[in-house]
Design a protein around this ligand. Structure first.
Ligand code: HAM
Length: 420
């Protein structure tokens, strides 16, 4: 679990505000659900045999003897809220997004944490492939807005209750015949959750999986039509994708479409999946809710941030102005001037400790401010001061009652390099 401090938080805020803008354009409204839920919610949706529920949940008993869990993901809590508030009675289609911390007791490595943040979206009420495609479009536009390239969309279909059992049986038969070639974990998965063998990172397991039965060859006609139409729609939207018949997901609730966005950047190592999702048309009913189809996805905010940091862009907003005071008698006026300029919309830094002008100028350098204004007795009596451009150049004369407008009128110079 990580602390986020000023200096780092700005890149998070950039990702979050970009997400809000994009979701807003696509008509998604924000939902916030509690961080704890009944454990049974996740067992019944994500699935008891998944790693997430079987091994990774933070589960505890509360004082009333109820089993609660810190949410390991956002889809089930959103579905619970959708059912609890009878949203399907109020509108046929709902589009929601959320962002916030999730918890999984995973083995820590770069891009994999025990508290991590997701930005997710869920669309309820539309079973059509156009909805799957539209959801992928939000992600594509979101990644574009962040300036992230080299992310590949992988898609697959896992079929439905009608066609998946035949595939499942064939897969188990095949994997059993190759049992000895699988890693110890996969030999266990074979018993409990054979689909998960397909995305084991072990090379031997990957080789076995690659030569195994292809789920797409087992799709029934309606599932095949859905998948074909989805690909056509992605074509209409100009979204590039790869069909990956070995793409399965770590959660049990999916039917038909599943997809993942995978980054090729080495910074993420094996944690290269920046987001994933799929259709879960049976989950609502399975949770005792209405028979409403749904499709959604979630992106890992921590991983997006790692990628953006690799890009070397800075996200901290530097102050417009640093106010330094030349003598103790100007301290109050400096404080008041800073307050007034902030009210007028400038980002102003001011050293509340006072101290020598030299130490304040050092602080001004370090702050990265565009300009410094020194306030002393002479400036106070004349009402005139100078804006010193910190990147170098001629000072700009300024009337003390016109500082904000003068700062705004100055052309942007490159940011000064802050002193070490
Ligand atoms: P997920 O694939 O389990 O799907 O998680 C989505 C994303 O969350 C991952 O692609 C990854 O970027 C990030 N993530 C997961 N675990 C960690 C971790 N331990 N540390 C850092 N990042 C992590 C879901 O959670 C589904 N609820 C997605 C969904 C929404 N399906 C339908 N609707």
């Amino acid at each position: 679990m990580n602390d986020l401090l000023p200096g780092e938080i700005e890149v998070w805020q950039f990702v979050e505000s970009t997400a809000r803008t994009l979701f807003g354009r696509f008509g998604y409204g924000e939902v916030r659900t509690p961080m704890v839920e009944d454990t049974a919610l996740f067992v019944r949706s994500v699935g008891e045999e998944t790693d997430i529920v079987g091994k990774e949940m933070y589960t505890f008993e509360d004082k009333g003897g109820r089993s609660l869990s810190l949410r390991p993901e956002g889809t089930a809590p959103a579905a619970r809220a959708y059912i609890e508030h009878s949203v399907s009675n109020q509108e046929p289609v709902s589009r929601w997004f959320y962002m916030g911390p999730m918890f999984r007791y995973e083995r820590m490595k770069t891009g994999r944490y025990r508290q991590f943040s997701q930005i997710g979206a869920e669309a309820y009420g539309a079973k059509e492939p156009a909805q799957d495609a539209e959801l992928m479009d939000v992600v594509v536009q979101f990644l574009e807005a962040l300036g992230l390239k080299d992310v590949t969309l992988n898609i697959n279909s896992l079929g439905d209750d009608n066609c998946r059992p035949a595939y499942h049986a064939k897969l188990v038969e095949y994997l059993n015949a190759h049992r000895e070639e699988l890693c110890a974990d996969c030999q266990q998965r074979l018993e409990r959750n054979p689909l998960r063998v397909l995305d084991c990172k072990n090379e031997k397991c990957q080789a076995v999986a690659a030569a195994g039965p292809n789920v797409l060859e087992f799709l029934c006609a309606p599932c095949r039509a859905h998948f074909t139409d989805l690909q056509r729609k992605l074509g209409v939207l100009g979204i590039r994708y790869v069909v990956n018949h070995r793409l399965v997901r770590g959660l049990d609730y999916y039917t038909r479409t599943v997809f993942e966005f995978i980054a090729s950047h080495p910074a993420l190592g094996t944690a290269s999946t920046v987001g994933g999702g799929g259709r879960y048309d049976k989950m609502m009913k399975g949770l005792g809710g209405p028979d409403v189809p749904a499709v959604g996805y979630a992106m890992g905010l921590d991983r997006l941030v790692l990628l953006l940091k690799e890009g070397g862009k800075t996200f901290t907003q530097r102050p417009d102005l640093f106010i330094a005071v030349a003598d103790e008698g100007s301290q109050d006026e400096g404080l008041a001037l800073a307050s007034r300029l902030r009210r007028e919309g400038l980002k102003v830094d001011f050293d509340t400790r006072g101290g020598s002008l030299k130490s304040q100028m050092k602080r001004a350098d370090k702050s990265g401010a565009r300009f410094t204004l020194v306030l002393g007795e002479q400036e106070r009596t004349s009402g005139q001061a100078k804006l010193k451009p910190m990147a170098g150049g001629e000072p700009v004369p300024v009337a003390l009652d016109n500082v904000a407008a003068t700062v705004r009128a100055q052309p942007e110079a490159p940011a000064p390099v802050p002193a070490a």
